[in-house]
Design a protein around this ligand. Sequence first.
Ligand code: AMP
Ligand code: GLY
Length: 458
Amino acid sequence: MNILVIGSGGREHALAWQCAKDDNVQQVYIAPGNAGTALEPKCQNVILETATSDSDHSPVIKFCQNNAIDMVIVGPEAPLVTGIIDACRDAGVRAWGPTAYCAQLEGSKTFAKEFMAENNIPTAAYQGFTDAASAKAYISEQGAPIVIKADGLAAGKGVIVAETVEQAYVAIDDMLADNKFGDAGSRVVIEQFLRGEEASFICMIDGENILPMATSQDHKRAFEGDTGPNTGGMGAYSPAPVVTPKIHDKVMAQVIQPVVDAMKAAGHPYTGFLYAGLMIDESGNPFVIEFNCRFGDPETQPILMRLQSSMVDLVNKGLAGQLPIQANWDARPALGIVIASKGYPETSSKGDVISGLPALDKQSSNTNDNHSSEAVKVFHAGTTFAHGKGTDNLNADAISDNVKEIITNGGRVVCVTALADTILDAQQAALTVTGAISFEGAQYRRDIGHHAIARDPS
Ligand code: AMP
Ligand code: GLY
């Protein structure tokens, strides 16, 4: 089989790596990929033809038709929201993900909140606004802390948790008056501040059957102690002990099943990954903070380190409407630490030489055979090759001779992911490799997994 993975982050590196492990897979193409995917065995980066607009998915379809692609796995939300799955289906290309209708769960906060209200899915109380004066009146009535969200996609940056009413006003001015978030912020959702512990609950859904992935938790704040600005995620681990079996059942019954039922009833069966970002309150009740229509980044990296089933097999079954309700998981925890570039998340620096990356052959090629010791895998995100070569159309064979240096390409650069007997061991193993990797302005957190470590009696 030949597979096409769309995207360029750590999530896509992990997906490509998982797919390449399947003996039935000949070639995994990644569009556009990064230095890590280019170096992965059986993987090749590709640059697709330029699309005429965000909703033009013909370059993907053309590539699939010309390269005998059996399956497309879409990593990021943007192409899903603009209908890549619909376009592929119309062209007879097998692609895994939700249709544009279903992807509105992530693409529009207003759609998601209305959908949750209609289907009794627990979430924070909210109101939507397009006008700054009414938004501010609502804020002064509700008081702080309060949460302001841009309606549209804002790359994880459109959410402001305001500690004071004044901060909330500034967020409203930024979004509604000064248009700092562009169209994404021309409408806002203002919601009640939820207290508790967060968890990521990600499933595969084939329209009807639900396969929950192992649970996970990410660390969205930039700095240690979960402080500083929100980011796309500075690290993650799996499983998340906060999701006890009882809470797992509640999430399935109160959150995931209602989505599947309601989408089916609306004539738009949900297919693909569904990510519910949850707040679990003190009494063990889950509330949905957000839905994403894709796998999480960096959650994918530790989750897929633990997956013993073949992702290709699961997606194949999902595309056939025959998704199993359980997959096989390594019982050991996995933990990933993101190393981000200087200035992330406000700014992003590129072109710094990265040293200390472990050679690919020293990393775990098949973590599942390696039960006695910990395994570490460095998933790349914002990386490319030096000397202006980029990573276009590269694979490991083409690179071995002429590529010596890997440089940063902005944002989150790599995610060092370790699998070990305990969560603390996984953290320490990941930290050891993380500490050896260096580039100008590299930043990472040493406390990824602290909630789980505090709960672990071992
Ligand atoms: P989102 O992009 O919607 O996931 O929001 C980013 C982060 O903001 C979440 O992971 C939470 O940490 C925080 N957040 C969002 N909504 C709320 C809320 N209603 N109450 C408390 N924290 C929130
Ligand atoms: N890690 C959060 C996300 O993927 O949105």
